[in-house]
Design a protein around this ligand. Structure first.
Ligand code: LMR
Length: 400
């Protein structure tokens, strides 16, 4: 039996993470998977999450009952407010549908299945490059995909002309997968003016925005700044679907905590959409897990904890910015050939270094530096102890 079985190639990001974990060199530098580390190189449990966990543990009412299929209702409402803003007309007019998902991946997958069901002839446009899982998720839901160039390797900036040209010629009714902030892997987001141009064409051509928001508050350190693009599209009257992850901004990676929010024209459509989201959840996972959502919910319900969360977000984003600056400073000191200023103009977890696949392979061999094949470095893996070695590795590979 199963004579048709073949070996599925491993997921490249998780494979690389596994390779790092198996590397016993004390000098190994993990710039692979997008997960925050402190200056000691260790995973960081946010202090606010520690407090919320203690509150949960002490709560005599806490139990392990089933949640509704939509997940934890108060968490969903707070998540929608977080991305849209408390006073968003979409919130006040109840024109939104929010369900808890298995983090950002689960939210993308439920959205993909929703599109496959209700926009069955739509093509999904994704940036090249994009997060490695996007293509897999949308293909798994049976949707056709078209990639377009987002990164201009010559200028190491967004190919905005190509973005606009793609929008202008996209198949009618298409879905555009947009990164709400801190584009993964390039760390480059459109400016407000560029978002406006994107929205203008999408509006006139009736294209559908789907936002993936994995870094709200983590990218700039400010929750509202990072939500700007999503809110802008909502204010312009688009039906917006948005996947939210709480992996990075709460450091809840393994707890798989996320939300899928849809914003529609009126309350009735939103109610129907929510029922469809819940149906898609039921026939895949029943409902998303409770633990992470409970932690986030405890924070959202407590003003002092929200303040502390914002400080934790600042701490993470500031440390990453400092590492960006340090890398550029060291490369300048080493007189490394080339212009490295893109490292500080990019934001969020990643730097898209511009190193080629052979260069990435060479510094993995010689310096035990683990970056994805395309030259993406998870900047949170750098710290005061290893940043010099990283700069030396880059310098060496550029000169060789
Ligand atoms: C990444 O891009 O490294 C992270 O978002 C983790 C993942 O799920 O791939």
């Amino acid at each position: 039996g199963y004579s048709n079985l073949t070996l599925q190639p491993e997921d490249s990001i998780f494979r690389l993470f596994g390779e790092f974990m198996a590397d016993s060199s004390p000098d190994a530098i993990n710039l692979s998977i997008g997960a925050y580390r402190g200056n000691d190189g260790k995973p960081w449990v946010l202090p606010v999450v520690k407090k919320a966990k203690e509150i949960l543990l002490r709560d005599p009412q806490a139990n392990h009952e089933y949640l509704p299929l939509e997940g934890l209702t108060s968490f969903n409402e707070a998540a929608a407010k977080l991305i849209l803003g408390e006073n968003s007309p979409a919130i006040l007019e109840k024109r939104y549908a929010a369900v808890q998902t298995v983090s950002g991946t689960g939210a993308n997958r439920i959205a993909a299945e929703f599109f496959a069901k209700f926009r069955p002839s739509a093509t999904v446009y994704i940036t090249n490059p994009t997060w490695g899982n996007h293509k897999k998720i949308f293909m798994a839901a049976g949707l056709p995909i078209i990639e377009y160039e987002y990164w201009n390797p010559k200028t190491r900036s967004i190919n905005h002309a190509q973005v606009l040209a793609t929008l202008k010629t996209a198949l009618p009714g298409s879905i555009f997968l947009l990164h709400a902030c801190a584009h993964n892997p390039t760390g480059l987001d459109p400016t407000h003016r560029q978002w406006q141009e994107i929205a203008d064409i999408m509006e006139s051509r009736n294209l559908n925005p789907f936002f993936d928001c994995a870094y709200q508050g983590f990218a700039s350190g400010d929750l509202d700044t990072d939500a700007w693009a999503v809110r802008y599209f909502v204010v312009r009257g688009f039906n917006v679907i948005c996947a939210q992850s709480f992996s990075k901004n709460f450091g809840l990676y393994a707890e798989r905590t996320g939300c899928l929010v849809g914003i529609f024209g009126d309350e009735e459509v939103a109610r129907m959409a929510k029922s469809q989201f819940a149906y898609l959840l039921r026939c895949s996972i029943s409902h998303a897990p409770g633990f992470g959502a409970n932690i986030v919910d405890i924070v959202f319900k407590n003003e002092a904890l929200v303040r502390e969360w914002k400080e934790n977000l600042k701490e993470m984003s500031t440390r990453i910015s400092q590492m960006r600056e340090k890398v550029v400073q060291l490369l300048v000191e080493l007189k490394t050939p080339g212009d490295w200023s893109h490292i500080t103009s990019q934001i969020g977890m990643f730097s898209y270094t511009g190193l080629t696949m052979p260069q990435v392979a060479a510094i993995k061999m010689k310096f035990h530096v683990y970056m994805t094949d395309e030259g993406r470095a998870s900047m949170a893996g750098l710290n005061e102890k290893n940043v010099e070695n990283f700069a030396k590795a880059v310098d060496w590979v550029v000169r060789n």
